[in-house]
Design a protein around this ligand. Sequence first.
Ligand code: HXC
Length: 268
Amino acid sequence: MESPFKADILSGKVALLTGGGSGIGFEMSTQFGKHGASVAIMGRRKQIIDSAVSTLQSLGISAVGFEGDVRKQEDAKRVVESTIKHFGRLDILVNAAAGNFLVSAEDLSPNGFRTVMDIDSVGTFTMCHEALKYLKKGGPGRDSSSGGTILNISATLHYTASWYQIHVSAAKAAVDSITRNLALEWGTDYDIRVNGIAPGPISDTTGMSKLAPDEINSKAKDYMPLYKLGEKWDIAMAGLYLASDAGKYINGTTLVVDGGLWLSRPRH
Ligand code: HXC
């Protein structure tokens, strides 16, 4: 689908996306690149990173990939610094790396719980922490008039309760808290806007293939206000809005992009 945004809205900006080589992260990398940004992607799997970078480059996007695990502070630091070395600045950090699997609370080991908290919540904080000095106004590579921006990919499952997702639910609740607290502290002190996006069920993603029961398609009309799954494109468009000047007065918000699903109930 054609983007409704002008192709230069992120011109001159540098974006670093964790989990940027696949799924929603990759679509965001692609759309950010198509709208003028230079793109650095971080991920654990070299093959996926390499293939994502060549796809981005084949679209004429200035792209680079770095292997790394957001659970390791040294990886986070190295990848942020490599991005600066490569592109000279950092304007947009997208935390899209996430881990997930379905398991009952009874069968989930504390280490399984911790693993998802480590990837989603601690990983998000670690990346923000390492990126701070480059995102703040007056930081290396940027002038003293404006700071950069952070987007944290969240979810809606913790707004209520979700079967077999206690670990992800807790982790995404923490992500939303990180978004609000950093928006307050870093918005005030450094002119950095920090926002989130909470996708609903998005077709053609690992999340959907791992988590979605088939009924989401067959019974969707009973409870989905827009009667359909979202597309990765929908999340990328929300990302463009929040990361560009269109969203310049938005700070500390997590934008729900789910067609109204989380608040709806079956018709009968
Ligand atoms: C129960 C499990 C499990 C499973 C792992 N564990 N998979 N427990 N059921 N299916 C437990 C292990 O037993 C172990 O605990 C602990 O978790 C760590 O497991 P590892 O395999 O060592 O972890 P690791 O290799 O680091 O893999 C991380 C992962 C994996 C999260 C488990 O699934 C992963 O890397 N996923 C990344 C890709 C991904 O899932 N993306 C989708 C995101 S979708 P013990 O106690 O045995 O040591 C998404 C959508 C969210 O985020 C919103 C949805 C609505």
